[in-house]
Design a protein around this ligand. Structure first.
Ligand code: ZN
Length: 328
């Protein structure tokens, strides 16, 4: 069983005090940036509540029958709901299944726990269907919604959940934890900066070769401006990394280009490891076109995660990027 992440100790103690006093609500909304451990926390909470002999701090024992079933994903009183594919919606049928699950009697006479993540992936019908469970909770039911964008949830959903905000872990704590997970030569600082300070996101980035991918994508992107590649080919290369993950990188690079073009003297850019490439690009692009491009990126980021065709969106963006080139 996963240990408690070091920056979650206070949140855990507070929630466990409420559980011991039998004051847990039937629905919780964990909000906070993706990659800070909301899911790990929620799974640990579920495990602690279902465990037959929990530890003194309320955590799961990891040895009992319930813990064993949870570990292999076969506990009948626990469900975890996520989109079939990242970026896709959670459909109404799946949420109807959750409602039915809660109408069943608990198989082991304890709680029934369902985690839904990310909650904003529920489409409108799915969210409306979930209201039924939220309005008429069965005894022992605990629904845990995870969201990095709680403002996208229906207000009626938000108002029926008790919200717990998960802040970004302190930088020193995040760096120490990440260093323990990675080989000594890994660039924890660069990984954490790219993951906006979210340690689990930084770890995932490392496992997927994120830094090397970023360097390759930068090269393809720069090549486009120099006429060395076609937008469709570059878009296909970016699509392998996914639109949701590509947009923050593109936005951050364009913001740096705007800084470089606007600044007098040294600009304080965020992608300092790419400073050389960005400086060269800045000389080749038009400032006004960059602002328009940034607006377009912002609009796509707003739409990302809905039913957007990622490849078409990236092609559109790569064509727009090529238009940022200054006329000779
Ligand atoms: Zn146990």
């Amino acid at each position: 069983m996963n240990p408690l992440l070091p920056w979650q100790a206070d949140a855990w103690a507070a929630l466990m005090a409420r559980a011991r006093a039998d004051r847990l609500p039937h629905a919780l909304l964990f909000s906070g940036l993706a990659g800070i451990g909301k899911g790990e926390f929620a799974r640990r909470l579920a495990a602690g509540l279902l465990c037959e002999s929990p530890a003194a701090d309320g955590g799961p024992c990891g040895r009992c029958h319930a813990c064993g079933m949870l570990a292999v994903g076969s506990h009948p009183d626990f469900r975890e709901i996520a989109p079939e594919e990242a970026g896709k919606a959670i459909a109404v049928d799946v949420i109807r299944g959750v409602n039915e699950f809660f109408t069943l009697t608990s198989q082991y006479g304890g709680r029934q726990v369902v985690i839904i993540h990310p909650a904003e992936a529920m489409n409108r019908n799915a969210a409306n269907s979930l209201l039924k469970t939220l309005e008429e909770p069965t005894p022992g039911a605990l629904l845990i919604l995870l969201s990095s964008r709680p403002s996208q949830l229906l207000p009626t959903i938000r108002s029926r959940c008790q919200r717990i905000d998960f802040p970004l872990p302190p930088a020193t704590s995040a760096a120490a934890w990440l260093a323990e997970q990675l080989p000594a030569e890994a660039d924890t600082g660069a990984l954490l900066a790219l993951a906006e300070g979210a340690p689990l996101a930084a770890l995932e980035l490392h496992q997927e070769g994120g830094l090397a991918t970023r360097a390759a994508l930068m090269q393809a992107w720069a090549g486009l401006l120099q006429g060395q590649a076609e937008p469709t080919a570059v878009a296909a290369e970016w699509q392998r990394w996914g639109l949701t993950r590509s947009l923050p990188w593109l936005m951050s690079w364009v913001a740096d280009l705007i800084r470089l073009k606007s600044a007098v003297g040294d600009a304080a850019i965020s992608n300092r490891d790419l400073a050389g490439q960005l400086q060269k690009l800045a000389e080749r692009v038009d400032l006004r076109a960059l602002y328009l491009f940034l607006d377009q990126l912002t609009e796509y980021r707003r739409q990302a995660g809905s039913n957007l065709n990622e490849l078409l969106a990236l092609e559109d963006l790569m064509i727009a990027w090529r238009r940022c080139a200054r006329r000779p």
